[in-house]
Design a protein around this ligand. Structure first.
Ligand code: ZN
Ligand code: ZN
Length: 271
């Protein structure tokens, strides 16, 4: 909302404050989610892996798995993304940061603005290790502006979009879910998680809960648990008070009950 002073016609010399609602204001207040890719740890046919673009007004990418960069390039030649936040270091959630580096160094990403890259504690060190094997040690920090997030500490990841990270159980790997808000609308994203009361806390009263459901049945998971079955995602959603559930990270071979809303690559919605 923009406040602009103008003179008061009945009391010359006084300024009053008028609210101006430009045509873009409703767009400014809303949050748009685009499912760039939603495959599980292996790609669904023709699919990209984890990548969710949140706009409102900044452009924030939640995770950046294989296939995501190609999809983002379809819009504008090279992604217009202000920031990327990585939930954890399984490849299906960060792998396309590697070609993002090469495209920035030698391809169409040259001279484009450097996206912020929000990482969990220890993430920058991990990227240096990975860089030393995949290219060179500083490859990621030369391409992205690295920042660390800490659990429970809200940070403005991109313009107008505040993110709070919450640690979630995912086998033995340090993994986070995110709560993303523009102050008006709130999206919760599970990343990858086994069953936990924390999921309901993450999505408490959110407008949209984007929740994984990789498994056919919970008992097929390893121990400690690392993923959800659809009934477990629904239970977390119902405990959360969130308004809308969107199931994601689902194998093509495991169709959902038709009553559940399922993410697909290219889905766009207002949160
Ligand atoms: Zn995953
Ligand atoms: Zn994972």
């Amino acid at each position: 909302m923009i406040f602009a002073p103008r003179s008061c016609p009945s009391r010359p010399g006084f300024a009053i404050t008028t609210r101006i609602f430009p045509a873009t204001v409703s767009q400014y207040m809303s949050v748009k989610l685009t499912v760039v890719g939603c495959s599980p740890a292996w790609p669904n046919p023709g699919g990209a892996q984890s990548g969710y673009l949140v706009e409102g007004p900044g452009r924030l990418l939640l995770d950046c798995g294989p296939g995501v960069l190609a999809r983002l390039r379809e819009e504008n030649g090279w992604p217009r993304v202000d920031a990327i936040v990585v939930s954890h270091f399984h490849l299906d959630h960060w792998g396309d940061l590697v070609p993002w580096v090469w495209g920035t160094m030698a391809g169409p990403g040259r001279e484009k603005p450097q996206p912020l890259l929000w990482l969990p504690p220890g993430g920058a060190r991990r990227l240096r290790e990975l860089g030393s094997r995949l290219g060179f040690e500083e490859m990621f920090e030369r391409t992205f502006e690295l920042h660390r997030y800490d659990e429970g500490t809200a940070f403005e990841a991109a313009e107008g979009l505040t993110v709070t990270a919450m640690r979630l159980p995912h086998y033995t790997l340090q993994t986070y879910g995110f709560r993303v808000s523009n102050g008006q609308r709130t999206l919760a994203y599970s990343g990858d998680s086994g069953p936990s009361d924390r999921l309901a806390e993450l999505a408490r009263d959110a407008d949209l809960f984007l929740c994984e459901a990789t498994l056919e049945r919970g008992e097929l998971d390893g121990l400690p648990r690392g993923h959800l079955a659809a009934d477990e995602a629904v239970a977390a959603f119902e405990a959360s008070g969130a308004r809308r559930l969107l199931i994601t990270h689902r194998p093509h071979e495991l169709p959902l009950d038709g009553k559940l809303e399922q993410a697909f690559d290219g889905l766009e919605l207002e949160v």
